[in-house]
Ligand binder design. Structure first.
Ligand code: FAD
Length: 553
């Protein structure tokens, strides 16, 4: 008689729930049990900031599935409020504590999947345990924050950390009517972005009334007057609020794995192979708890995102069921809304490449409209594309704008998955009608600019070398635009006059051209190159210059 395989999954949210459901789809006979110490499984943690902000009003909407649905639809047993406290690898059993009764019991497994997620970082700073200091990870966390706002009639919130969750919370608390200060240790918001791409995000926060304190590592917390909390920062600043949200990142939940002797990687996540198997052939691990590899740098990485957690859950289920499968690695494709701006990125950032010691790269900036300019409502998208100098392979992209942003990043993310180059981006055939895009889509433009550079048709200058390089800086915008603001030391030679005023340009040194966003400077570059001038183009033009200036600490 065929015995049924006993599959136990620890953690029933993104990685665990998707693994459990796929295991059932692959094996109708398996005994599948999901164990979670929390009161819910399969809840939408990504929706929590919007529940706090009252955008999602009904808590029940956050529950994507519950124990009854798992039982009835998938024949999967879900045990909530049960914590797995130990793994006995010799007997292939786990030890479980039923949290409501304290009862401790054991369950045998044939395959064990660890999907315990990550814990919000709560550094041991003075005053960290004061009431009113919250993290946001679970539905009960969000409920506590909502209750605090209501009970204390909170008016001022301090958010520590300007990453995705910190900024989503800023927007949502402003939506609730609170005055919000974001305190960040780095000199920029949105740490995954490069500083000049993050600068417009900071400006957007400030435009919407959020105070942003950069370069403000937190030193500790203390009680203030009338129940307030004072956040003391290392540079000596004090920020006072009625509540504090700690959003300074997460740490993989590796306690169980460590005590069971499973390998932990150098970035602190559970080490797995490309089938999500740990160093024990009967134990898999998925989601925020694991360390995988970055597909651009090849280095080990821990990136807490729902998409990879779900895919890893499927891969583990396939592997448990003997299917050929492979997790390809992670590229960190992410998106965030900040007061009407969409901020999205995929692959490596410039600082990430430099940190990884990868110097074979080039970058371009562009600011195309999200659809043709003649159709009402076109909004610019600010794009940075990173690509390999030696072969044009796309390495990463960041984009910001009010519309059409995530679509472009998703296209570039797919190109990265397929090992695409800037020459592929030039050729992408994408949807176009006036209200949706352009016959030359922003993605095509990005490819063309980068490919033109690699072919030598559009030599690019490096903004970092702007000062003291000996080049003549030439602004090819019209005189009124130049008068309204220009790069210090630049001369003005409008594009339409350039052929008549060639004598004003030096032949013995480089000429660096710029315009508003790059297009007019490109036309001028082509003309001057063919006339024998040594020309370079400052990518992204005046608009990028302003972002670079705004990013300076
Ligand atoms: P989790 O979803 O954290 O689930 C782990 C579960 O394991 C928990 O329920 C926990 O109770 C349980 N558990 C842990 N240890 C034990 C144990 N010993 N015994 C029993 N149970 C245990 N990602 C995005 O891609 N986009 C977003 O917009 C986004 N927004 C987010 C917003 C917030 C506020 C948060 C907190 C996260 C957000 N994320 C987002 C990240 C995303 O939610 C996570 O990457 C994803 O949920 C990870 O899935 P997981 O299965 O690894 O872990």
């Amino acid at each position: 008689m065929k015995t049924s395989k006993r599959i136990i999954i620890v953690g029933g949210v993104a990685g665990g729930a998707s693994c459990a459901a796929r295991c059932r789809r692959l094996d109708e006979n398996a005994t599948i049990t999901v164990i979670d110490r929390g009161p819910y499984v399969s809840f939408a943690n990504c929706g929590l900031p919007y529940y706090v902000g009252d955008v999602i009003k009904d808590e029940g909407k956050l529950l994507v599935a519950n124990a009854a649905l798992f039982r009835d639809r998938f024949n999967i047993e879900v045990r909530t409020k049960n914590e797995v406290t130990a793994i006995d690898r010799t007997s292939s059993e786990i030890e479980i504590k039923e949290l409501e009764t304290g009862r401790v019991y054991r369950e045998p497994y044939d395959a064990l999947v660890l999907a315990p997620g990550a814990a919000a970082v709560r550094p041991p700073l003075p005053g960290i345990d004061l009431p009113g200091i919250f993290v946001l990870r679970t539905i009960p966390d969000s409920r506590r924050i909502r209750e605090w706002i209501a009970e204390k009639n909170a008016q001022r919130a301090i958010i520590i950390g300007a990453g995705f969750i910190g900024l989503e919370m800023a927007e949502n608390l402003v939506h609730r009517g609170l005055r919000v200060t974001v305190v960040e240790m780095l000199d920029q918001v949105m740490p995954p972005l490069d500083p000049e791409m993050a600068a417009p995000v900071r400006q957007q926060l400030e435009k919407n009334g959020v105070s942003v304190a950069l370069g403000n590592g937190v030193a500790g917390f203390e009680s203030g007057p009338d129940g307030a909390i004072v956040v003391n920062t290392k540079p000596g600043a004090k920020h006072t609020g009625d509540m504090v949200i700690l959003a300074i990142g997460v740490r993989p939940e590796t306690g169980l794995a460590k005590t069971a002797g499973l390998d932990i990687g150098e970035r602190g996540g559970i080490r797995v192979d490309d089938q999500m198997r740990t160093n024990d052939t009967h134990i898999w691990a998925v989601g925020d708890a694991v360390e995988t590899h970055d597909i651009i740098t090849g280095q080990p990485t821990v990136i807490p995102l729902a998409g990879p957690a779900n895919r890893q859950g499927r891969v583990a289920a396939d592997a448990i069921n003997g299917r050929p499968t492979k997790f390809r690695g992670i590229q960190g494709t992410a998106v965030c809304g900040v007061f009407g701006l969409t901020v999205a990125s995929t692959g490596a950032s410039e600082k990430g490449l430099r940190r990884a010691g990868i110097m074979d790269f080039e970058k371009i900036y562009l600011h195309p409209g999200h659809h043709v300019s003649y159709f009402p409502g076109a909004k610019p998208i600010n794009i940075k594309l990173l690509f390999r100098k030696s072969d044009g392979r796309v390495l990463g992209a960041q984009a910001i704008g009010e519309a059409g942003v995530e679509r472009r990043i998703d296209i570039i993310a797919t190109a990265i998955q397929f090992g695409g180059t800037v020459f592929d981006l030039e050729e992408c055939e994408l949807c176009y009608a006036p209200q949706f895009g352009a016959a030359k889509d922003p993605v095509n433009y990005a490819g063309m600019i980068a490919a033109n550079h690699l072919r030598g048709d559009l030599p690019l200058a490096d903004w970092a070398a702007l000062e003291g390089n000996g080049a003549e800086i030439v602004d090819v915008r019209d005189a009124d635009e130049f008068a309204a603001g220009h790069i210090p030391g630049a001369i003005n030679l409008p594009l339409n006059e350039i052929r008549q005023r060639l004598g004003e340009l030096p032949r013995d040194r480089e000429v660096w051209l710029y315009c508003g966003v790059g297009q007019r400077a490109y036309y001028a570059t082509r003309t001057l190159l063919q006339l024998g001038y040594k020309v370079r183009n400052l990518p992204g033009g005046w608009r990028t210059y302003l972002d670079l200036i705004a990013a300076k600490p």
